[in-house]
Ligand binder design. Structure first.
Ligand SMILES: [Zn+2]
Length: 66
């Protein structure tokens, strides 16, 4: 299993309401706190990373899940 697949598996193992909370609480440099859309799940330094776009302005944003 690749580390991205592993990260995806760990992400999906989180309770749905926790995932919703994290997706809806991402920082965008244009909008402040926003929702991330069209995101992919990857990994960085053994942490889960969501990479996608801001729901409001479309700028690329990312969130590290501790
Ligand atoms: Zn934005």
């Amino acid at each position: 299993m690749s580390k991205d697949e592993l990260a995806n598996k760990r992400w999906m193992a989180l309770p749905g309401n926790i995932r919703m909370e994290l997706v809806g609480n991402v920082f965008c440099r244009n909008c402040g706190v926003t929702t991330i859309i069209d995101y992919i799940v990857g990994s960085e330094n053994h942490k889960i990373v969501l990479q996608g776009k801001c729901e409001k302005c479309g700028a690329p944003i990312a969130r590290l899940i501790e």
